[in-house]
Design a protein around this ligand. Structure first.
Ligand code: FAD
Ligand code: DLZ
Ligand code: SF4
Length: 508
């Protein structure tokens, strides 16, 4: 009897475990566009368009190989709107001995999957997702017995196991990490490499029209939609990145400039996260570029570390700590999300640019996410779950396994330091050093208090004062807390009051 093989919207890889052992003459692949997935957060229009267009292209590629694909479209009038409902209907259409699926990228979906066999009366095999360097069990082994989970140590083990940038048992270049070389500001006359355009074909054009019609009220614009929607396009994007942007990826990794959302970043996260590219092939390609003299070690090591280190590490942490992780709020932050996160309507030039990039491209690079929108949410004490919903919605690459630890753990310190050894809290001076935003801002980055002072400055000290009982024992914050200790009670109260007044004035 046939096997029904389910492929989800972020499992668009020909080598996904679900397809291992496929009998093309007998089995059926089930793909489902469902309202539940398009609406569990208010996704950016480009994210929905990316996933649906890539799903439709992938189904076409499987069919071209002679594989039977049962594809449920979003606007099919009989569509029940959920994976469970569509699987139930599919089991009525096909006589199958069992269902095979690969573990999903979200706890929410895994819980549903685990209920399928009992609910639908059909055996369901949930396979490990083998697309990662480290399986979930591998991470559990690494984490066992550790009190703190620093990425750097996990990364070194991954370097040794993968052999990437290794010479025997030693890292090439004699160092594991070249971050100290990777904090340059973008020179004023530096020309950022152009990005390849992917003209929408008929499938993508149809999806863009569907999304514009059905999700008209969602955040973001479709006008600049330019994400690879097939593996071929993703491979072209990879080659372009290697040739044009990788050589200076390291140098300008933290740099920001108004009107330049991409700088030297790869834009490969959406392709990796939906399965068009594999992390192994991307790292191997970057390593080959180093050996061919196409890119220096600080760039290639920095890039590989993001994928082999951070990407694997946050996934391990997510599965290790879910479901409790999503509810953590170590700093007891309770403010609602300011309305400008959606509208971009704020006099703060840095945030206005970052949110504009996000609206136009469903993208902003890591430092914009961490040190602009994330840093503001941290300093302002915005409720982590509201911030996480925003990040999960607005980026084309946002899937909970990678979004949640980055937002809740890295940006908001809401896990109390499991992921980061200290909060990534910074005043306006950092933003001024790494960008050109402050020159065009209504606020003055040099002022510490008063109505024209940069809000990041006003909020930074209030954040430290407000969170003394949570953070003052952290050795990495010893220096700023010495400055707090030198302030008398009246000064501290005035700083807190000024910050509260500013935050109370924000529309939510
Ligand atoms: P590059 O800078 O070119 O990096 C190369 C690749 O490394 C990325 O494509 C990505 O696959 C990987 N990578 C880099 N940093 C990280 C990281 N911290 N964690 C995991 N992988 C990483 N990344 C997502 O893929 N999805 C998310 O939903 C997401 N949410 C984030 C939320 C916050 C608050 C922060 C601070 C970071 C988040 N990141 C997320 C991580 C990172 O910002 C993005 O992966 C990166 O900006 C994607 O752009 P890029 O492909 O140009 O990356
Ligand atoms: C993100 C997304 C969207 C918008 N729509 C679908 C869909 O209609 N069908 C589907 O299979 N997957 C979709 N996805 C991706 C899923 O949300 C993702 O596969 C799960 O969250 C598991 O990681
Ligand atoms: Fe941002 Fe402050 Fe600079 Fe304005 S002055 S751009 S708010 S850091």
């Amino acid at each position: 009897m046939a096997v029904l093989r389910i492929i989800l919207g972020d499992q668009l890889s020909r080598h996904i475990a679900t397809l291992d052992g496929l009998d093309a003459g007998r089995d059926v692949v089930l793909m489902m566009e469902v309202a539940e997935e398009t609406a569990y957060v208010a996704h950016h229009k480009q994210k929905i368009a990316l996933v649906l267009s890539a799903m439709r292209h992938f189904a076409g590629e499987l069919r071209a190989e002679g594989i039977a694909v049962d594809y449920v479209a979003l606007d099919d009038p009989a569509n029940t709107g959920s994976f469970t409902g569509e699987l139930r209907r599919a089991l009525q259409r096909h006589r199958v001995e069992r269902v095979v699926v690969t573990e999903p990228g979200e706890w929410r979906v895994l819980v549903a999957m685990r209920g399928w066999a009992g609910l639908l009366g059909c055996p369901v095999e949930i396979r490990d997702d083998t697309r990662f360097f480290a399986g979930r069990a591998r991470f559990v082994r690494w984490a066992a017995g550790r009190r703190s989970f620093r990425m750097e140590y996990f990364y070194r083990e991954m370097r040794r196991e993968s052999g990437l940038l290794m010479q025997g048992d030693a890292p090439i270049g004699g160092q594991w990490n070249f971050d100290a070389e990777n904090r340059r500001r973008l020179p004023r006359d530096h020309v950022v490499p152009p990005r390849r355009r992917f003209a929408p074909d008929a499938i993508t054009a149809g999806v863009l029209a569907l999304v514009e019609r059905r999700f008209a009220g969602n955040f973001g614009s479709l006008a600049d939609f330019n994400w690879p929607v097939t593996r071929d396009q993703a491979l072209q994007a990879l080659e372009d990145f290697i040739a044009q942007a990788l050589p200076l990826f390291g140098d300008y990794q933290d740099a920001m400039r108004g009107g330049e959302p991409f700088v030297h970043h790869s834009l490969l996260a959406p392709s990796l996260n939906i399965g068009l590219l594999s992390p192994r092939e991307v790292c191997a390609r970057a390593e080959a570029a180093f050996h061919a003299g196409q890119a220096p070690l600080n760039a290639v090591e920095g890039f590989i570390r993001q994928i082999l280190g951070w990407r694997e590490y946050v996934r391990g942490l997510y599965w290790l700590k879910m479901p409790d992780y999503a509810a953590l709020n170590a700093l007891e932050a309770q403010r609602p999300l300011p309305a400008f996160y959606w509208s971009g309507d704020t006099p703060m030039a840095c945030l206005r640019h970052a949110i504009d990039h996000t609206r136009r491209h469903a993208y902003s690079h890591h430092i914009q996410r961490l040190m602009l929108t994330g840093n503001f949410a941290l300093l302002a004490g915005i409720r982590p779950q509201a911030v996480c919903d925003w990040y999960l919605a607005v980026y084309a690459d946002a899937f909970e396994w990678v979004e949640l630890p980055n937002t809740l753990g890295m940006a908001l310190f809401a896990d109390g330091g499991l992921l980061a050894s200290k909060p990534y809290a910074a005043s306006g001076a950092y933003i001024d050093r790494m960008s050109d935003f402050c020159g065009g801002c209504a606020y003055d980055v040099k002022l510490k208090s008063g109505p024209r002072a940069c809000p990041f400055n006003r909020l930074y000290w209030a954040f430290l004062i407000r969170n003394q009982r949570h953070l003052s024992a952290n050795p990495r914050l010893a220096m700023p807390y010495r400055q707090v200790a030198a302030m008398d009670a009246a000064r501290q109260a005035a700083i807190l009051r000024e910050a509260e007044d500013f935050l109370d004035g924000l529309e939510t």
